[in-house]
Design a protein around this ligand. Structure first.
Ligand code: 1QQ
Length: 395
């Protein structure tokens, strides 16, 4: 009896020891790099944004690995496609967490997807940095959820102010938004608050779906009310089609587009008619910081144009992980920690840091919202060919 008991407990201890070792091995010895997950849209309409995010991520991976990675250990970016919907984002998150065993996740592309996918990471205690999630309520999803994309509430008002200084005669304003998209709904609330605060006359609020392609009804309603300003919260394809059809119906006043207009991929949708649309941005290619100028140069060399906001934000999300991992590794070698420990420490560390990024100097609130100083407003200027154009900064 006695011997048996001892033998059993010895066996038990042995099993514990072995499983403990194999867990460590899982993260450290077997992998010669530190895996960071990226869950963005590589397919669907949302890939118009996702492609720009991937460009920024790849530049970041090279940039930081050339600088020595995490005290000599390279990072490895693992991509999982989310597609454009919630189910795709949930799948991508699950794969990154359970199969790819990443230390943290960048993504997903849409706030609409984040509200479904982020709770999965929260439950698994895996840090998430939203690189393009601007809706109200994202950092409040949980302790492990942060974002480097400034919320709509601080970015969007700037574009209306610019519209008013462009045309001080503005009185009547029409608003449109995609009612099946979390960011669009969140943004239109802010736009409507600013309209009220500035004592402008909100003549109509028109709704549509992000999948709509025909906006004749909304367009005609708006034209009949003769507004001086039209404000659109939409994703790129719907937004571009709306601008095109509104102008084809004869609208000649100012147009403000929300964050969904922040991609040059919209140019092929509204073509020459994109010209003049005013868009607020959380990034300027001209920001003088050293890291931005290095990022900008690499982007320009590869893509022959200025880097867009979504690329700069995606780069920044990777940078936050890299800086935080380096800080952890200085205190205690990451190779001595389990995956669970790294995820937990990473979440804590990233919230406490200050970062000099392409977006400027940023930090986080205790809840995980980004603290950012500089915002910009651009106007779309299309070239004579009607296909190419650029965002020109107004302020
Ligand atoms: C959000 C957004 C979109 C425009 C990102 C592509 O701001 O979903 O939060």
């Amino acid at each position: 009896m006695k011997i048996n008991f001892h033998a059993r407990s010895l066996l038990y201890i042995l099993i514990l020891a072995v499983s403990g070792c194999s867990q460590k091995q899982d993260f450290n010895q077997a992998t010669k790099s530190i895996p960071i997950g990226v869950a963005v849209a590589q397919t669907s309409n949302i890939a118009l944004f996702g492609q720009e995010q991937i460009a920024g991520i790849k530049i970041a991976e090279n940039y930081f690995n050339n600088k020595g990675g995490i005290n000599g250990t390279p990072i490895k970016i693992i991509f999982q496609d989310t597609g454009g919907d919630e189910a795709g984002a949930i799948n991508a998150f699950q794969t990154l967490i359970a199969k790819d065993k990443v230390v943290g996740i960048v993504g997903p592309t849409l706030s609409q997807q984040a509200f479904s996918a982020d709770p999965i990471a929260e439950r698994a205690k895996v840090p998430v940095i939203g690189a393009s999630n601007t809706a109200k309520g994202i950092p409040q999803i949980g302790e492990y959820i942060t974002r480097i994309s400034a919320p709509i509430s601080v970015v969007a008002p700037n574009s209306i102010e610019t519209a008013i200084s462009t045309n001080p005669q503005i009185k009547k304003v029409a608003v449109l938004y995609a009612q099946n998209d979390a960011y669009s709904k969140s943004e239109t609330e802010i736009f409507q608050q600013v309209i009220k605060k500035r004592q402008l006359n909100l003549v109509t609020v028109q709704k549509f779906q992000t999948t709509d392609t025909d906006f004749q009804t909304q367009g005609t309603n708006i034209i009949n009310l003769k507004p001086d300003l039209v404000i659109i919260s939409a994703l790129a394809t719907d937004g571009g089609n709306l601008v095109k059809q509104l102008k084809e119906l004869g609208y000649q006043g100012l147009i403000v587009g929300g964050n969904g207009f922040n991609t040059s991929n919209i140019f092929s949708v509204c073509k020459a008619l994109c010209d003049g649309v005013i868009v607020a941005q959380a990034y300027s290619p001209e920001y003088p910081g050293e890291i931005n100028q290095s990022f900008r140069k690499t982007y320009q060399q590869q893509y022959k144009k200025e880097p867009p906001q979504f690329s700069a934000q995606a780069f920044t999300a990777v940078q936050v992980y890299v800086d935080a991992l380096n800080a952890i590794d200085k205190e205690k070698k990451i190779s001595s920690l389990s995956l669970e420990q790294v995820r937990m420490l990473l979440n804590k560390q990233l919230l406490s840091g200050n970062y000099k990024t392409p977006l400027g100097e940023i930090a986080f609130t205790p809840e995980g919202d980004v603290i950012q100083k500089d915002f910009y407003v651009a106007r779309i200027v299309m070239n004579a060919d009607g296909n190419t154009g650029k965002f020109v900064l107004i302020k």
